[in-house]
Write a protein that binds this ligand. Structure first.
Ligand SMILES: *Cc1c(COP(=O)(O)O)cnc(C)c1O
Length: 391
């Protein structure tokens, strides 16, 4: 017999999550998780699923019938979109300007697609001209791009992109993991054919579900497949029979995760999408004013900055790890490190969903100031004084 391990009871401490996700969740969303579990075919649970789909259509701003939460994190939404849309041998074009575009390429390669790429500098975005050149050159069946690149804090402009992609008889795949529920996402107006998101960023639910949505065009491409989907778990032709009318068992839906999604989407419905976008923008402005007092700059051009993910340059001489450790240990605030090419040079300060509140911004700025003073780094102006003017 192996002896039982000596482990104390589960404890966690309340922390302010100002990294690239997960974000803090509303107390109602937390409580929702602890409601009594139901069977996955119980009519009471099926009603919750239906309402989740209805609320997701609102949040995505779409009438797409095929809109549902995949039972796994955002990356699973990425796999779902690619594995269903793409058949081996199809040409796929992926735009890469950060970590998540690169991940999309990796997933597309594993699907058996012939993958071509467009690249842009980290922190920048793609122009319609650059994209059109790629569409002309490679004639892809699917073009994939990240709307909110969490590794760089840049937001891809969407105006005209859907129409352009369709002109070349191609489908548009969009990563909205970090944008959904934080900044404007208009799936129908933008003519997006396949989109995936995640629950732990601006939707402010725990990680574990990935909302996806597919246009009529995408459904037609999937219906015309000649080969079987390489994934069993993510095969939408089966998954949708559970979400649709037939309620055929495919896999057991994560019941309590769907409760938390219901509560978090309900928060959004009550707040209103436009109010939510405005709130994210306002709190970003407060943070920005305060950070400037500490000589902390934004690498991304102002008009492309994501309000919910502030990628900022660590000032000369300031030690990344020292500050992040003190922020976490003393102030109980998590800020994100740089990812990939931005590691050690940038921080990523998230103001996502329920985290994006003025009191949290002020708490973060006060804590940063304390850390700077503690390590003897320059504090040229008082960040609170500067932030205060934007409250
Ligand atoms: C977080 C993130 C993902 C991956 O989501 P996981 O939930 O970590 O699997 C994909 N794309 C972007 C833009 C993200 O920010």
């Amino acid at each position: 017999m192996i002896n039982p391990p000596k482990i104390s009871k589960l404890t966690t401490e309340e922390k302010l999550l100002m990294g690239p996700g997960p974000s803090n969740i509303h107390p109602e969303t937390s409580l929702a998780m602890s409601k009594p579990i139901l069977g996955h075919l119980d009519p009471d649970f099926l009603r919750i699923l239906d309402e989740n789909q209805e609320m997701l259509r609102y949040v995505f701003q779409t009438k797409n019938t095929l809109t549902l939460p995949i039972s796994a994190t955002g990356s699973a939404g990425m796999e779902t979109c690619i594995l269903n849309l793409v058949e081996p041998g199809d040409t796929v074009l992926i735009a890469i300007n950060g970590v998540f575009g690169a991940r999309m390429k990796d997933v597309a390669e594993r699907s058996g697609a012939k993958v071509e790429t467009l690249t842009a500098d980290w922190g920048s975005v793609f122009s319609l001209e650059e994209i059109e050149e790629g569409l002309k050159k490679f004639s892809p069946k699917v073009f994939g791009i990240v709307h909110a690149e969490t590794s760089t804090g840049a937001q891809q402009p969407m105006e005209g992109l859907g129409a352009l992609v369709h002109k070349y008889d191609c489908l548009l795949l969009l990563d909205c993991v970090t944008s959904l529920g934080g900044t404007k996402v208009l799936i129908d107006e933008w003519e997006v054919d396949a989109v995936y998101s995640g629950t732990q960023k601006c939707l402010s639910a725990p990680p574990g579900l990935s909302p996806v949505s597919f246009s009529q065009r995408a459904e037609e491409k999937m219906a015309g497949r000649k080969s079987k989907n390489r994934s069993w778990y993510f095969d939408l032709s089966m998954v949708k029979s559970y979400f649709g009318g037939e309620r055929l068992y495919h896999h057991t839906a994560p019941i309590n995760m769907n409760y938390s999604l219901h509560a978090s989407l309900h928060e959004i419905v009550e707040e209103g999408l436009e109010n939510r976008w405005k709130r994210h923008e306002k709190n970003h402005q407060i943070l920005k004013a305060g950070l400037e007092a500490l000589n902390i700059e934004f690498p991304v051009e102002e008009k492309y900055r994501l309000p919910q993910l502030n990628a900022v340059k660590i000032p000369e001489g300031v030690e990344d790890v020292k500050i992040r450790n003190r922020m976490l240990e003393l102030h109980k605030i998590e800020i994100g490190s740089g990812l990939g090419a931005f590691k050690g040079k940038y921080w990523r300060i998230g103001l996502m969903g329920h985290t994006s509140r003025a009191q949290n911004v002020i708490r973060c700025l006060s804590a940063l100031k304390e850390c700077f003073l503690h390590f003897g780094y320059p504090v040229p102006e008082d960040p609170i004084e500067k932030a205060y003017r934007h409250l």
